[in-house]
Design a protein around this ligand. Structure first.
Ligand SMILES: O=C(O)CCC(=O)C(=O)O
Ligand SMILES: [Fe+2]
Length: 375
């Protein structure tokens, strides 16, 4: 093959795409390029969200097997990197091959799964190969593209002009010293060991350092411009954030660890979240699982007072220097409806989702999903 590559339609189900989208919109941090956001497996473990790596594992194995088969690999590959990557308005990448840096030479194969769809969820963002066929790929949720990481597959991605273009990206290597599992397993056992007995079943997120969540239009982590992406995502979905103690005593890195409440219009949702990351996870869970069920009833809400409103505005002035920009960056082309009663139901459902019994986890980790990391 002059240009070893393959496109597979419907490689992922719609449900798999939606679950990964939920994880990304709950947990992403600022990425390695402007207007790009990423969620890595090590980040999920480090933020006490290890249960969220589970949906990745079977997909990762399926992809690796497919790549080995398609490219006729004679020995087993290792997964070098697995991550969710989203490109928002303004993101693009010029012609390159994926092994074009000295520290990327171990990358032999690339697999990109599209988790959402061109002209439905975002505008722009077409993928092009420089030579050979197919030349241009319009991302379609569920499709996977696989290619060798060398210069036979030089490619580019057009600038995204609206919405958020989301992919699951993996790189595979022949060099077993670059196996990402070898890094993840110690992190994972550490994270599980530190859970006290009565916490075994619940994963409450622990935010990473606050600058990992700070979007800045010109890539410096300057807190005078840009916004906190957790608040930005909440804001784009119509929520404000309330800390009962206000912001006077805390800076951003302290505040992100504090319990808080969500506000919407002139009322509160009557629930205390352990921190802003927890609130974001529940909100994203709601929009993934519940909001499409329709009926909007009034639920448990509390009227906001003037003094409380002032605290909300204060939080915004710390976390969001540029609210308009946050809405542009995280604009969804889909419309979302919201019902506070169905939201209460989502809080309970989310507790079940984030409750991963340790026994079955350990059982699973000793089985084939992790075989390459433990051999
Ligand atoms: O998202 C894509 O379609 C490809 C992205 C890419 O080329 C890269 O991350 O190296
Ligand atoms: Fe690339």
């Amino acid at each position: 093959m002059e240009h070893p590559r393959l496109i597979l339609h419907n490689f992922l189900t719609e449900e798999e795409c939606k679950e990964l989208e939920f994880i990304h919109k709950s947990c992403s941090t600022v990425g390695y390029r402007p207007n790009v956001f990423s969620t890595t497996l090590s980040h999920l473990i480090a933020t006490n969200s290890a249960h969220l790596i589970i949906p990745f594992l079977p997909i990762r194995d399926r992809l690796k097997e497919k790549v080995e088969e398609v490219f006729g690999c004679e020995y087993e590959l290792v997964t070098e990197f697995t991550g969710l990557i989203s490109w928002c308005k303004g993101a693009s990448i010029g012609w390159h091959s994926d092994d074009n840096r000295s520290y990327l030479k171990q990358r032999d194969f690339t697999a990109v799964c599209y988790l959402n769809t061109y002209q439905k969820d975002f505008e722009g963002g077409l993928f092009h190969f420089q030579d050979g066929e197919p030349k241009t790929i319009a991302p379609l949720a569920g499709d996977a593209v696989m290619y060798t990481a060398d210069s036979r597959n030089t490619h580019s991605v057009d600038e995204v002009t609206d919405g958020e273009r989301l992919t699951l990206a993996l790189w595979f290597s022949r060099d077993s010293s670059h196996d990402e599992d070898a890094k993840l397993i110690p992190l994972l056992s550490e994270s599980l060991l530190h859970k006290s007995n009565n916490m075994l079943c619940s994963f409450l997120p622990l935010p990473a350092s606050d600058n990992m969540y700070w979007y800045s239009p010109n890539q410096d982590s300057h807190h005078d411009f840009g916004f906190d992406i957790r608040l930005g995502r909440l804001h784009a979905l119509g929520f404000d954030v309330y800390y009962s103690q206000g912001t006077r005593t805390s800076d951003l890195s302290e505040l992100q660890m504090e319990p808080m409440q969500l506000a919407r219009g002139d009322y509160f949702l009557d629930h205390k979240f352990v921190n802003i990351l927890h609130a974001l996870q529940v909100v994203q869970f709601y929009f993934w699982k519940v909001c499409n069920s329709g009926t909007i009833q009034s639920g448990e809400v509390v009227q906001i007072s003037q003094a409380q409103l002032e605290k909300i505005i204060e939080v915004k002035s710390v976390f969001m220097k540029d609210p308009k920009l946050a809405k542009t960056i995280f604009r969804s082309l889909e419309q979302h409806s919201f019902g506070s009663a169905t939201f209460s139901a989502a809080i309970t459902a989310w507790d079940d989702y984030s409750c991963w019994p340790l026994d079955s986890w350990l059982l699973r980790s000793s089985q084939d999903n992790w075989k390459s990391g433990t051999k």
